[in-house]
Ligand binder design. Structure first.
Ligand code: ADP
Ligand code: MG
Length: 137
């Protein structure tokens, strides 16, 4: 069993996709181990995406992530990190495979509906960033 952090980003919430995204993960065998709706502050978004702080899109990305509420979740299953990335699809929906969440629902490379941890170390950091142990079931 492995855990990963998933976020339904503000565009996904605005488009009323919470149910569709959660259903997809459950249909793919993920257990929802934790879940909360939050509206990230600039400081929280900057801390979450600190690895991208030198990138030209950092300011725009943190503006986007603070533009409305999002849903943060801990997803659990075998091979959760890679499986979540597979279901999400490529960062840019134009490059995302058929049947992926980003291909289905995302507008562009920035407004791409969902986040998923990319490695065990980032999953551990990202889960701990939003959830304490007692909030994960
Ligand atoms: P992923 O979310 O697929 O792991 P990255 O970690 O590379 O992608 O980027 C984090 C997020 O930053 C992306 O999901 C997207 O919202 C945004 N982003 C990435 N690249 C760009 C870009 N070139 N222009 C604008 N936003 C971007
Ligand atoms: Mg990433």
């Amino acid at each position: 069993m492995e855990r990963t952090l998933s976020i339904i980003k503000p565009d996904g919430v605005k488009k009323n996709l919470i149910g569709a995204v959660v259903k997809r993960f459950q249909d793919e065998g993920f257990k929802i181990a934790a879940m909360r709706m939050i509206h990230m502050s600039t400081r929280e978004a900057e801390g979450f995406y600190y690895v991208h702080k030198e990138r030209p899109f950092f300011g725009s990305l943190t503006d986007f992530m603070t533009s409305g509420p999002s849903v943060v979740m801990v997803l659990e299953r075998e091979n959760a990190i890679a499986k979540n990335r597979e279901i999400m699809g490529a960062t840019n929906p134009a490059d995302a495979a058929e049947g992926t969440l980003r291909k289905q629902y995302a507008d562009n490379i920035e407004n791409n509906i969902v986040h998923g941890s990319d490695a065990p170390e980032t999953a551990a950091f990202e889960i701990g960033y939003f959830f304490k142990g007692l909030e994960i079931f």
